[in-house]
Design a protein around this ligand. Sequence first.
Ligand code: CS2
Ligand code: MG
Length: 404
Amino acid sequence: MTDRIERAEVIVTAPARNFVTVKLTTSDGIVGWGDATLNGRELAVASYLSDHVIPTLIGKDASRIGDIWSYLYKGAYWRRGPVTMTAIAAIDVALWDIKGKRAGLPVHELLGGKARDGVLVYAHASGADVAEMLDDVDRLLGEGYRAVRGQAALVGVPDAYGVRHGTGVYDPADASLPSETGWDTAAYLEQAPGYLRAIRERFGFGFHLLHDCHHRLTPNEAGIFGRSVEDLKLFWMEDPTPAENQEKFRLIRQRTTTPIATGEVLNSIWDVQTLITEQLIDYVRTSVSHAGGITHLRRIFDLADLYGVRSGSHGATDLSPVSLSAALQLDISIPNFGIQEYMAHDAVTHEVFRPGYHLDDGYLIPSDAPGLGIEVDEDAARRFPYNPKYLPVARLADGTLHDW
Ligand code: CS2
Ligand code: MG
């Protein structure tokens, strides 16, 4: 058998931010890449892989992707959860990369071929005030984006979510210990509809407008927010309320027709089952790197398709270019694709990760190279040692810890 997994390595590198990457090598020298980055909890996944997954993989038949998935999921006894599902995802994606390279085909050909010519993406506009956010929207529309997410700082709320510091890429994991930020739902409900309205007033309706509530609202508050922006025709309001209890979304659905997206922190088909089967959401945001890889995410999207729910995968900068390469292979091939989040990685990240996708007129075009179409420069990776960074916490004015 030539297709044995001979070596498996975990590479931790921090070009601009931390990434955990899996490299699998088969006995005949084919290399597959997978992303195992879990923002702020990177080393937990690195250890799960190195200490518990990799020793069980050596010598296994790399062509048996589904069997290896079940071996890692059912075989561990302990199920679901972000650490486990990110680790499984990285192995799964690396195995798809190997299968494509062995076949001489891009992964999307193995998934049935292209169902569209390009992958619609949305970019992030943010600002320390409304004027700055409007300038950012202007810049992104000028760059050809067809969909833009709008977030602006809230007056009177210190460091509220969603705003870039300085001119770099927006990255909330910004400190070696979690920084403390503020939150005030009343200020948000009063100001956010106004700044979204300012975007439509200045730029009109000829592009998709998105907004992230980032788990900050109760179902009733989310209903109030969604209703107050219905005339702005948002593409979606994202994460209006935390989704551990999926039934909470019933109330939001009753109150507003604004489309709903959720799932970036969810990891399995069971985490989104009620949301999908009761049609409580319009877009499922589970990602290839945090929800069990191509094998499992495809099952989620298939279930979603039965219920008229579309894909809208998470794609912030903490999902590495390896993840984005894999996401695009799936996005281009599924019937119920909706949109893909895209926060372009900076030049330093691309010194390590060299993806083959490119942006064309608001669409990402996946690589046609065999496998995922990404190269990783291990020498460059070694130049950027791990640099602990945490996501912030949010507190109300009285000190109560709020959802982030
Ligand atoms: C956000 C992310 O992209 C998004 O929609 O929710 O910025 C999120 O905060 C980070 O990816 C967390 O790791
Ligand atoms: Mg989000």
